[in-house]
Design a protein around this ligand. Structure first.
Ligand code: LMR
Length: 332
């Protein structure tokens, strides 16, 4: 008893003398991503940091590492599983290596008519069911963040189906995107995002597809002569955390982080379309790339050429899932 009160006394005395010794060290969330800070994902990650630190009164510290500073595409997924980083927001086209190939359903060409059709999926039950599937991989899916709709760019024209024949096109690591490029007669090449600028500059590949915000912030427009504003496919993200880490957080901290994530998600989805519109304007003003706005018929011809992907790749993501997403997204 005496011993106990003495040690209590000592502890209080030390605490009184050096109050910082009592301050808890914050729990650090390392959030790694591959794009620039001034993109929809970059802004949303920074917003999450701000809100997470605020709502947990500093109990959580979020360190954001943009621009593949810490890890490239494939490495960041491995790092998450190993616990070297805690949070990521990879593009939905990059979930194959995690064994979650259903996420490639978002890569099907001409699937979503617009953001409204897309949000019926990402903000509805189908999107949630997909996120839930990640838990068996040791990952918790927290939210979907938009980037936007992709456009084609190249150093050769990309207006008609014939234009694509034999062109080397960089893609993300998705089998659906591989099939899409092959359907156009192009030669797909998987490459990490951080390597694309140089590959375009040196002619390792002729072209690629991206939402304008990525094309602009990675300066790809400096090394692409042509672009076609086709909006033929979607590129967005799932925010994911290491499940063990997430489940190990105190419940009130997790609740505060959920609130921060919800608000960061609303923010991400608000800024995305404007970021992409602004990027097109900025690239047109730069005058290095010739931008084409396809007519409905021109876009439809490209969509038709890519339609066989639905047959050949449907079973990869699940035919029922694909059909139900297509129907839900198109319904008025
Ligand atoms: C890409 O590799 O093209 C994109 O996934 C990059 C990104 O995260 O937006």
């Amino acid at each position: 008893m005496h011993k106990l009160s003495l040690s209590l006394f000592t502890a209080v005395a030390i605490g009184f003398l050096t109050p910082t010794a009592w301050a808890e060290e914050p729990i650090v969330i390392k959030f790694s991503h591959v794009v620039a800070p001034d993109t929809p994902k970059g802004r949303a990650a920074d917003k999450f940091k701000e809100l997470a630190e605020k709502y947990t009164n500093g109990k959580i510290k979020v360190e954001v590492y943009p621009n593949s500073q810490l890890y490239k595409d494939k490495e960041e997924l491995e790092a998450l599983q190993l616990g070297a980083v805690q949070m990521l927001a990879p593009s939905l086209a990059k979930f194959g290596p995690l064994g979650a190939k259903e996420f490639e359903v978002f890569d099907f060409p001409c699937l979503f008519p617009d953001y409204a059709g897309l949000h019926k999926i990402t903000q509805g039950p189908i999107g949630q069911q997909l996120l839930d599937k990640l838990s068996s991989k040791g990952i918790t899916g927290l939210a979907y963040w938009d980037n936007g709709f992709k456009i084609f760019s190249s150093n050769k024209p990309v207006l008609t189906v014939d234009d694509f024949k034999g062109q080397k096109m960089r893609i993300q690591s998705s089998k659906v995107l591989d099939a899409q490029m092959r359907a156009l007669g192009a030669i797909p090449q998987v490459m990490a995002f951080s390597e694309v600028y140089q590959a375009l500059q040196t002619g390792v590949v002729d072209g690629t597809e991206n939402p304008p915000s990525n094309m602009y912030t990675q300066k790809m427009f400096e090394v692409q002569k042509y672009a076609n504003l086709t909006n033929h496919g979607y590129l967005g993200y799932a925010v994911i955390v290491n499940k063990k880490f997430w489940d190990g957080l105190p419940a009130d901290t997790r609740a505060a982080l959920d609130k921060a994530m919800k608000e960061a998600t609303d923010y991400a989805n608000e800024v995305a379309s404007k970021d992409n519109e602004d990027a097109v304007k900025a690239m047109e003003a730069a005058g290095k790339t010739e931008f084409h706005r396809p007519s409905t018929a021109e876009r439809e011809a490209l969509c038709q050429a890519m339609e066989p992907v639905y047959d050949s790749m449907g079973s990869r993501v699940g035919k029922d899932l694909l059909v139900s997403i297509r129907k839900t997204a198109a319904a008025k």
